[in-house]
Design a protein around this ligand. Structure first.
Ligand SMILES: NC(=O)c1ccc[n+]([C@@H]2O[C@H](COP(=O)([O-])OP(=O)(O)OC[C@H]3O[C@@H](n4cnc5c(N)ncnc54)[C@H](OP(=O)(O)O)[C@@H]3O)[C@@H](O)[C@H]2O)c1
Length: 291
């Protein structure tokens, strides 16, 4: 368990990791500890800290937690939690507070294609970081493989199907463990300031192809019924989630259906010096979650 007062001595930089329990944050923390950083793990409850890290209470929606969490920190891994929708109110003040605290590098988890889509909240955060003049790196990943082991787990496990309205569009899925590995490099090394990295896997797959891989690896049939947006929304309305969440998901899969989610970029492989984790490997590694 971490301790808010006694920060472990480390040879690397002092880094505050927001979203530290999340898909990207959790493996990022492990990489940073391994790389010798002094890691401050931010969470709303404020006590959870993996070995070798320090816990700190931090809530985007509670400004009184910002300055204490940032005090003495050199670098910040910043993300916008999906539930934090008002970035003007809850995210931009954190960038300002980081600047005031003398943070010398912010690595922001953004979104692939953000530069062509000024209305997404990530675009607003990128613009604000640029205008604030805070040294930064933007990580712009494509669609996470981990959506299949979290959001869509129940459909795969209980119904034996991938139920998303993506038609025959392709997606250049990326494993969040690769995003975390890239994030750790940008935080542990110098020379990534002012850069934006477009992070994808090394292939773009249709959901029919993903379903075939699931079938092969799990050893039982997983279908892709290619539902339309209305059938998809109807299933999710029965699950007691906010309508706005369903609308966002439908929008994301419509982008894929239109053939706009299949861009494969070389950045992940170039930064990691190895091929990105494949979909087959991802399914193999998380097999137990769908059984
Ligand atoms: N899913 C995709 O395919 C995809 C693709 C590209 C980009 N992205 C972007 O990636 C980001 C999500 O990353 P992720 O999947 O790693 O996150 P995640 O697994 O959804 O985890 C969210 C994290 O945010 C923290 N959190 C939630 N509310 C908070 C609050 N009010 N204050 C402080 N912390 C809070 C949670 O920590 P505690 O509960 O411990 O406080 C948790 O660690 C989003 O910005 C999303 O747009 C996602």
């Amino acid at each position: 368990m971490g301790n808010e007062k006694a920060e472990p001595k480390a040879k690397g930089p002092r880094v505050l990791v927001t979203g530290a329990s999340g898909n990207v944050g959790a493996p990022l923390v492990a990489h940073l500890v391994q790389g010798g950083a002094s890691v401050r793990v931010a969470s709303r409850e404020g006590t959870r800290a993996p070995p070798g890290t320090t816990a700190v209470r931090f809530d985007f929606e509670d400004p009184s937690t910002h300055a204490p969490a940032l005090a003495g920190v050199e670098k910040v891994f910043l993300l916008r939690p999906p539930a934090v929708t008002d970035v003007n109110r809850h995210l931009l003040p954190v960038v300002r507070a980081a600047k005031d605290a003398g943070v010398r590098h912010v690595v922001f988890l953004s979104l692939l294609g953000v530069e062509k889509n000024p209305v997404v909240p990530h675009a607003k955060v990128e613009r604000f970081i640029l205008e604030a003049g805070v040294p930064h790196t933007f990580l712009r990943p494509g669609f996470f493989m981990q959506n299949l082991s979290t959001t869509h787990r129940e459909d795969i496990r209980e119904h034996g199907e991938l139920f998303v309205p993506a038609g025959s569009g392709r997606t250049s899925f990326i494993d969040t463990r690769d995003i975390a590995a890239v994030g750790a490099r940008t935080l542990l090394e110098e020379g990534h300031e002012g850069k934006a990295y477009d992070l994808t896997g090394s292939e773009a797959l249709t959901y029919a192809e993903v379903a075939a891989l699931f079938t092969e690896v799990l050893g039982r049939p997983i279908r892709y019924p290619a539902p339309g947006a209305l059938r998809f929304a109807a299933r999710w309305y029965g699950r007691n989630v906010p309508a706005s969440y369903i609308a966002v998901m439908t929008g994301i899969y419509t982008v894929c259906r239109l053939g706009l989610a299949g861009t494969v970029t070389p950045d992940t492989e170039a930064l990691l010096g190895r091929a990105p984790i494949s979909m087959r490997q991802f399914i193999q590694d998380h097999k137990s979650c769908w059984l």
